[in-house]
Design a protein around this ligand. Structure first.
Ligand SMILES: Nc1nc2c(c(=O)[nH]1)N[C@H]1C(S)=C(S)[C@@H](COP(=O)(O)OP(=O)(O)OC[C@H]3O[C@@H](n4cnc5c(=O)[nH]c(N)nc54)[C@H](O)[C@@H]3O)O[C@H]1N2
Ligand SMILES: Nc1nc2c(c(=O)[nH]1)N[C@H]1C(S)=C(S)[C@@H](COP(=O)(O)OP(=O)(O)OC[C@H]3O[C@@H](n4cnc5c(=O)[nH]c(N)nc54)[C@H](O)[C@@H]3O)O[C@H]1N2
Ligand code: SF4
Ligand SMILES: [Mo]
Length: 765
């Protein structure tokens, strides 16, 4: 390509302050303030009428699935509304009446837009037509769908090998879109399918597969009603899975206990005022956490080892502490595990985890004679170098207690994106699955590639090294979500073509390959009509249940195409309408796609009928206590090492977390209400003793610096916020701090970036 101009874009956007206000952190979640904030968001983005119409259909059986997180709907959704504050914000973002059209792109160049904040970029509205950024331009221009498909097909044909392209997926796509996408990528000839879950629950998938034989959780929503103890580790449900609080509330009403394990005392886990109940709004609400263990960042293994060690001693004195019948019948490696914990002294483990011994003893007493235990977790466990081992240690505890395969107990990795689990189930993965390949070959008559593909971190490196030259994304915001922002930016800019199927504008549209395409698509809440008939698609929630979702709002523009049809259009053009798969026909008829899913993937029998109403559960061997696939046909205990960090005197461990006002890289607003931090995102939460040690006052400005393998990375301009966080630990928001995460430091086996334990120094300005 000639005439390539180097665009002068800002990768990180502005770093000025927005006017912080601090208050005391809240001591409860939801209640009236949540209703008020939710409605404010809905009304300002959608107007009053549209808001009520849309909300009355969200998470209802004949309606659409909330575009927020993957928390399941109850069997009988409340007609009063089955959603939370952040679900409403997610809907309002998508159903906004604001538009990004060709005039917008003519007015603002990518150079100018890149100087806006992520908040401003996101608030600009829905993209209304396909756009192209040509290699010699700084403004996007309209392009027809046909021409866009042709441009992609041409670039793909020009590659020396299909492995020079990578196809990313973010977890909001439907099963139908994801299945078709995976099918096309394999027909094209590569397994380069990096996925948002590589940065998310991949560690859970790996750990659960190796220990229990399925990379998903085992609990169902009803299990929370019966659980005697729910342990919530490394998760902030009040913000990220708010309706989980209703499940915890039920657990408490049935005399269950809740233990939280978190370096922060998150408001949502303290107390919950259920906005669906009159008493919830008017009374002081339900107290949720019975015991809070303020663990130091990434010391969960130390804490769990201590708990296991103490339980093992009790087990010698009392009956029924460990479930020996269960251990004998279903597990492998018990003796090794017990021998291993003996190697660690209580004092050492206590010092490492930073939790008071009395509290650990309370927890041990509480769970000693309980058998119905659920462990829930999210990013606080997965995004560390030893993310896989964190989860294996949780499995160890559940196996010892026999807390699997019975009501009220089990594993609960709480998923992020609303269909991230479904996307993986229907074939989005960079690994080669011989079973899947065989099944695809049998059903479709082509041979899928059998070379391992690239995951997220390796795709970034391959783009940087010019080994991958075309990057396509089905949703998401790759630049801002991935680690090492500056490196990832260069990686994307090294591509010849970057293509994004999107609903809203984001930074990855601005920091692009030489040529870039935006292909705008229909959102979840919108009507998807073909030949006069509305279509529905299916999703899988965090607990493995598949159900329908059907939008009802008028699409943001007449020139939007559904995700499956966009994929079909690209595939049909690439293969010049001459392939064993009839891409056009398949992509237009979701019923047909579902039939193919049924043929290719186990557990989807009769999906077209069974996905109606409340849907159906996919097979889950843990629920059936069937460990046939594992060594000795048994569930596996694991020996996990303690995490290793070489933290010097002048260094901290930083976790990068979500505020209450964002969905990943989409910034809904600037308030982290539960933590009492308002109107500012460039903050760092710090223990008061550390502030004294570094002679810092509240709201002093500091820079954050990481140094891995002699490469310094800097995030500048952060305000110090005194906070109840363990000494030596810091917390700040992502994506502002992703610039500090080295792309080549990630969890063993799962390759999830170490976004929750970055070693940094601070520098006062
Ligand atoms: N509103 C809203 N909902 C969301 C999202 C969103 O951005 N906004 N994102 C969605 C997605 S994709 C995901 S993956 C989930 C994420 O859901 P979460 O995992 O809840 O999100 P994070 O903010 O990353 O929070 C991690 C929590 O773990 C704690 N933590 C950090 N490090 C450690 C540790 O070493 N040990 C322990 N025990 N705790 C630790 C933090 O203090 C924090 O409470 O939420 C989903 N839902
Ligand atoms: N430092 C740090 N980094 C992290 C994390 C962290 O905790 N700390 N968390 C990680 C996690 S858990 C995740 S899951 C990733 C998230 O990574 P991504 O999934 O890549 O990021 P999102 O911000 O969820 O993507 C938002 C974009 O998706 C598009 N979109 C929204 N709805 C739709 C739709 O229906 N269809 C299509 N085609 N596009 C749509 C919009 O254009 C929007 O701008 O980030 C990871 N990055
Ligand atoms: S809990 Fe998650 S899925 Fe449910 S309404 Fe809230 S954001 Fe949506
Ligand atoms: Mo996620």
């Amino acid at each position: 390509m000639s005439d390539i101009i180097k665009r002068n874009v800002s990768v990180l956007g502005p770093n000025d302050f927005t006017g912080i206000k601090l208050e005391e952190p809240a001591d409860y979640a939801a209640g009236l303030p949540a209703v008020k904030v939710a409605l404010q968001h809905a009304f300002s983005e959608m107007g009053v009428l549209k808001s009520f119409r849309a909300l009355s259909h969200m998470n209802q059986k004949e309606g659409f699935d909330c575009p927020g997180c993957a928390w399941p709907d109850p069997e009988k959704p409340s007609r009063l509304g089955e959603y939370c504050e952040n679900g409403v914000k997610a809907l309002a973002e998508e159903a906004t009446h604001k538009k990004v059209d060709k005039d917008f792109f003519a007015k603002y160049s990518v150079e100018e837009l890149s100087r806006w904040s992520d908040f401003e970029i996101g608030k600009s509205g829905r993209i209304t037509e396909p756009m192209v950024l040509r290699s010699d331009k700084v403004n996007y221009e309209p392009i027809s769908w046909k021409e866009a498909y042709a441009l992609i097909a041409k670039e793909l044909h020009e590659l020396n090998s299909p492995n020079e392209a990578a196809f990313y997926t973010s977890g909001r796509s439907s099963n139908e879109a994801a299945f078709l996408y995976g099918l096309f990528v394999r027909a094209f000839g590569t397994n380069n399918m990096p996925d948002c879950s590589n940065m998310c629950h991949e560690s859970s998938g790996v750990a659960l597969n190796e220990t229990l034989g399925i990379g998903k959780g085992s609990v169902k929503l009803e299990d929370f009603d019966q659980a005697e103890v729910v342990i919530v580790m490394g998760q902030n449900p009040g913000t990220n899975h708010p309706r989980m609080l209703s499940a915890l509330q039920k657990c408490k009403e049935n005399n269950g206990k809740v233990i939280s394990v978190n370096p922060l005392e998150e408001a949502g886990l303290i107390r919950f005022k259920n906005p669906q109940e009159v008493k919830g709004v008017l009374s002081s609400g339900t107290s949720l956490t019975d015991i809070h263990l303020q663990v130091k960042i990434n010391q969960d293994v130390s804490l769990l080892k201590l708990i296991i060690k103490k339980l093992a001693i009790l087990d010698k004195e009392r009956a029924n502490v460990f479930d020996h019948k269960f251990i004998e019948r279903y597990t492998n490696g018990y003796d090794n595990l017990l021998n291993d914990v003996k190697n660690y002294s209580n004092d050492k483990l206590l010092e490492l985890c930073g939790v008071k011994e009395e509290l650990v003893n309370e927890v041990v007493e509480l769970i000693a004679n309980k058998e119905k235990i659920i462990i829930c977790w999210a990013m606080g466990l997965t995004q560390h170098k030893n993310g896989v081992e964190n989860i294996k240690e949780c499995v160890n505890l559940l196996l010892l207690k026999g807390s699997l395969g019975k009501p009220g107990s089990g594993t609960c990795p709480v998923r992020g994106h609303s269909n991230v689990q479904g996307d993986r189930t229907v074939g989005i993965m960079h690994h080669v699955s011989p079973v899947l390949n065989e099944s695809i070959e049998k059903t479709f008559g082509f041979t899928p590639p059998n070379k391992e593909g690239l995951d997220t971190v390796h795709a970034i490196k391959a783009m940087y090294d010019r080994k991958v030259k075309v990057f396509m994304a089905l949703g998401g915001n790759f630049l801002s979500a991935a680690s090492d922002t500056l490196y990832t930016a260069q990686a994307l800019q090294n591509c010849d073509l970057t293509v994004q199927v999107s609903t809203k504008l984001n930074r990855t549209h601005l920091v692009t390959g030489k040529t870039a395409l935006i292909l705008p698509t229909i959102g979840r809440s919108e009507l998807d009509i073909k030949n006069g008939q509305p279509r529905f698609f299916t999703v899988e929630n965090s607990m493995g249940k598949v159900h329908q979702s059907k939008g009802l709002m008028k699409p943001a523009s007449d020139n939007l195409i559904s995700e499956p049809e966009i994929i079909g259009g690209i595939a049909d053009t690439y293969f010049n309408s001459d392939h064993v798969v009839n891409w056009k026909e398949l992509s237009e008829d979701y019923k047909l796609i579902r039939e193919k899913i049924e043929n290719v993937i186990k557990g989807f029998d009769d999906i077209n009928t069974r996905s109606k109403g409340s849907g159906f559960y996919l097979p889950n061997n843990v629920r059936d206590l069937d460990f046939d696939k594992l060594p000795n046909q048994k569930a596996q205990f694991s020996i996990c090492d303690l995490p290793k960090h070489e933290v010097a005197e002048n260094e901290f461990i930083l976790m990068t977390i979500r505020s209450h006002d964002q969905f990943n890289t989409t910034i809904y607003g600037l308030d982290d209400r539960y933590r009492g931090i308002y109107n500012e995102r460039r903050i760092v939460m710090m223990n008061k003793n550390d502030m004294i040690r570094y002679d810092l006052n509240a709201l002093d400005v500091i820079d954050l610096i990481s140094n891995y393998d002699n490469k310094e990375r800097k995030a500048i301009n952060f305000l110090v916020v005194p906070y109840n966080i363990p000494q030596g630990n810091l917390a700040a928001y992502f994506p502002e701090t992703n610039v500090l995460v080295p792309y080549d430091h990630f969890a063993d086996k799962s390759h999830t970036p170490i976004s929750k334990s970055i070693i940094i120094q601070i520098d006062k300005r």
